[in-house]
Structure formats: C-alpha cells, structure tokens
Design a protein around this ligand. Structure first.
Ligand SMILES: Nc1nc2c(ncn2[C@@H]2O[C@H](COP(=O)(O)OP(=O)(O)O)[C@@H](O)[C@H]2O)c(=O)[nH]1
Ligand SMILES: Nc1ncnc2c1ncn2[C@@H]1O[C@H](COP(=O)(O)OP(=O)(O)O)[C@@H](O)[C@H]1O
Length: 188
C-alpha cells in the first residue's frame, strides 16, 4: 500500500502550524502524521493525539530497532521522529500523509519518497517579523524565543532544497497558495 505525502517545514514562528491546520480543515483527503517525541507531554496533551510520547530510552530503542522512517535531535537532547507504521496507518485509510517536520526531516522525507512527495517550505517575510510572531504567540519563554531565532537563519538555508517556497506575509494569501499547490499535487 503506497500513497502520497506532503511535507511542511519552516523556521519556528513562520506560520507552518497555522497553514497546516487550515489545510486539515479543508477535507482535502489529508491526515496529519503524528510524530514521536521524547519531550514530556504538556497540559492536556495525550499519547497518540498531539504526539506519541516516549522516554528518551524507549525512543533510542526504537531507533535501534529501525522503527523510524526518520528522526532528528531537533533541540539538544530532544528527539522528534516519524514512525514507519504511522505512514502505513494513514495510507491504509486512502489518505495522503501531511508532515510537519523540521527542515532536515523535510529534506530526508522528500528524498525517500521522491515524486510521491511534495515538499513545501514556509518562510516568514523577515527574521524581524518571525521574532514578532514568536513574541505575540506567547507560548515560549524569552530564552526559547532566542534559541529559535538563532536557529532560524540556519533553517532558512535549507529552503532551496524544497520543491516550493511559500512566503507567509499575508496569511490568507499564503493559505490559498498552499491549498492550490496541494490540490494540484493530489490531482496529479
Ligand atoms: N524531523 C522531524 N522533526 C519533527 C517531527 N515532528 C516535529 N518535528 C519538528 O520539531 C520541532 C518541534 O518544535 P515545536 O514546534 O516547538 O514543537 P513542540 O514540541 O510541539 O512545542 C518543529 O520544528 C517540528 O517541525 C518529526 O517527526 N521529525
Ligand atoms: N501571515 C501571518 N501574519 C501574522 N501573524 C501570523 C501569520 N501567520 C501566522 N501568524 C501568527 O504567528 C504565530 C506563529 O505561527 P505558527 O503557525 O504557530 O508558527 P510555526 O508553526 O511555524 O511555529 C502565531 O501566533 C500565528 O497566529
């Protein structure tokens, strides 16, 4: 059983989650790939909903057992990855898989799936705007925001390795552009 995959990557704060959630609300035949992580759940987060939560030990065992399609140490000591069986679960339902992964993960998944995959890089108009968005989102401490900004320039350097780049300046325009690109790819 094989199908299509759509990959979204971006520096933190560029608007990727907002655009991904918009696409998921459109009933385009997409299902979100739930990632595995070894960060602890926050608030009401549940295993198998936002993420599959594992201890760092269990995560490493799964790496050794080749259960991951890909994984990255996204922040120091903090692993995120996609379980092979997550993709199979979604394809078995006849849906296309929608990935929200870091830039390296995005490039690796595209390499694995080739023409079966559409990789989209979401870019903020500038680093300054990125910073403003992270501050106004108010989900991260000032230290975390600085960590994310510091990483953003490095992440931007991956943009050219994606099939397409969407600059998220006006949100509605970016959402429509993403929707049109995804629909065209799914119709192929
Ligand atoms: N490579 C890879 N990156 C992932 C995966 N899942 C999430 N990420 C990335 O890990 C980062 C998670 O950071 P953040 O958005 O702060 O997520 P949070 O842990 O839910 O607060 C983002 O860049 C995600 O795109 C995955 O399965 N593989
Ligand atoms: N085009 C836009 N203009 C202004 N604010 C935006 C735009 N796109 C997203 N945002 C806001 O910026 C913040 C970061 O967006 P989010 O989707 O959480 O980013 P990411 O998932 O890439 O980290 C959120 O508060 C979101 O509402």
């Amino acid at each position: 059983m094989t199908g299509k995959v759509i990959i979204f990557s971006a520096p933190s704060g560029a608007g990727k989650s907002t655009i991904v959630n918009y696409l998921l609300s459109k009933n385009l035949g997409l299902e979100f790939s739930i990632s595995a992580t070894c960060r602890p759940p926050r608030g009401k987060e549940q295993h198998g909903k936002e993420y599959y939560f594992f201890t760092q030990d269990d995560f490493k065992k799964k790496i050794a057992a080749h259960e991951f399609l890909e994984w990255e140490e996204v922040y120091p000591g903090c692993f995120y990855g996609t379980l092979q069986k997550e993709v199979e679960r979604i394809w078995a339902k006849g849906q296309a898989v929608l990935f929200d992964v870091d830039v390296k993960g995005g490039v690796n998944i595209k390499k694995k799936f080739g023409d079966q995959a559409l990789s989209i890089f979401i870019q903020a108009p500038s680093i300054d705007i990125l910073k403003k968005r992270l501050i106004s989102r108010a989900t991260d401490s000032p230290e975390k925001i600085e960590e994310r900004i510091a990483k953003a320039e490095y992440e931007m350097s991956f943009a050219s390795q994606f099939d397409t780049i969407i600059v998220n300046d006006n949100l509605e325009t970016a959402q429509k552009e993403a929707e049109q690109k995804v629909k065209a790819f799914l119709a192929r």
